[in-house]
Design a protein around this ligand. Structure first.
Ligand SMILES: NC(=O)c1ccc[n+]([C@@H]2O[C@H](COP(=O)([O-])OP(=O)(O)OC[C@H]3O[C@@H](n4cnc5c(N)ncnc54)[C@H](OP(=O)(O)O)[C@@H]3O)[C@@H](O)[C@H]2O)c1
Length: 300
């Protein structure tokens, strides 16, 4: 049996669906039984728990051979690092208590760095906590920049007629579709062929900068002249907090953007067949971005 944290989310639902489709027993963990119900209909066992609740997670992991771990994002937390610390502590201790043998944990490029990478510092610390569990076999998926981050631009395009963000226009990033991360994690959880502690970067189908991503989006939504602007931190912080994000989370994301722009936070592996995944930006834009753009009114 495999227990899955964040099972209703971008990567977790792919992990759960893939394992169920392959006949694996799955326990899906989330905060709300109603959101877990579609997975229960496919054969999963639901377990309602907060990711900060060590005792509940130890029960959720009891009897599992393997677990899928992550720190679910909390965009409104006034203390992002404190929240991440509570989650990673609870999950790591629950792994230890329950005696789970295998863990696949969703980390990020930059997971090697101890500081100055915003929310990714919490993923680095989580890796370290799992490293300290001697008999655990742990695989850290250091994923690239989620291509789904581009969905935040739907409203920006509607309202301002442009794509905007903190990253340099020509900064090439390994952009990856979350479904490809979920598929990779599911395969690892089926094969269980990793031993000791190891990290694996996933780079997506190709490296992309925001200029190229904007061109693909512009073409697909009938705005061939769409352009990207790198915006100043103060302007982005105002925009992010006005949408409900905590000031602390906005600062954390801007710190991560600085780390990406300077090259401090970057992929360490050379691109290879092993870290390249199938979904292209063209497929993402056609299958996900365009429907989201079509469904969202100006001002939304
Ligand atoms: N964005 C990027 O570019 C990027 C790149 C690399 C790595 N990452 C990392 O990827 C992770 C996010 O992965 P994802 O996109 O698959 O996750 P996600 O879709 O944002 O969320 C996963 C699920 O976690 C559950 N959840 C939220 N808060 C919870 C809590 N307090 N306790 C228990 N469950 C909770 C939610 O389900 P319910 O609402 O049903 O409970 C949610 O569906 C983060 O750790 C992030 O740092 C992100």
């Amino acid at each position: 049996m495999v227990a899955i944290i964040g099972a209703t989310g971008n990567t977790g639902r792919i992990v759960a669906g893939t394992l169920l489709g392959r006949g694996e027993k799955v326990r899906v963990v989330g905060r709300d039984a109603r959101r877990l119900a579609p997975l229960v209909q496919k054969g999963a066992e639901a377990f309602v728990a907060e990711a900060t609740d060590e005792a509940a997670l130890a029960k959720a992991f009891a009897g599992a051979r393997a677990v899928y771990l992550m720190i679910p994002p909390n965009l409104t937390s006034p203390d992002v690092r404190g929240y991440q610390e509570r989650v990673s502590q609870a999950e790591a201790r629950a792994v230890e208590k329950s005696g789970v043998e295998y863990a696949v944990m969703l980390s990020s490029i930059g997971g090697d760095k101890p500081d100055k990478t915003g929310p990714v510092v919490g993923l680095h610390v989580f890796e370290e906590k799992l490293n300290a569990i001697p008999r655990l076999n742990a695989l850290y998926i250091r994923a690239g920049y989620f291509i789904e981050n581009l969905l935040a631009q739907v409203g920006v395009i509607k309202n301002f007629g442009m794509v905007g963000g903190p990253l340099k226009p020509d900064l090439a990033l390994p952009m990856i579709a979350t479904r490809d991360i979920g598929a990779y994690a599911a395969e690892a959880l089926l094969k269980l062929d990793f031993r000791g502690k190891s990290a694996r970067e996933l780079h997506g189908q190709r490296d992309l900068d925001y200029r190229e991503a904007t061109a693909v989006i512009g073409k697909a939504i009938g705005k061939p002249g769409l352009s990207y602007s790198q915006l100043p931190a103060w302007q982005l912080k105002t925009a992010l907090t006005s949408m409900g994000m905590s000031a602390n989370m906005a600062d954390s994301l801007l710190e991560m953007s600085d780390a990406l722009n300077s090259g401090y936070m970057r992929a360490l592996e050379a691109r290879s067949a092993a870290n390249t995944t199938p979904t292209s930006i063209e497929q993402f834009v056609t299958g996900t971005f365009v429907p989201a753009f079509a469904g969202k009114a100006a001002g939304a």
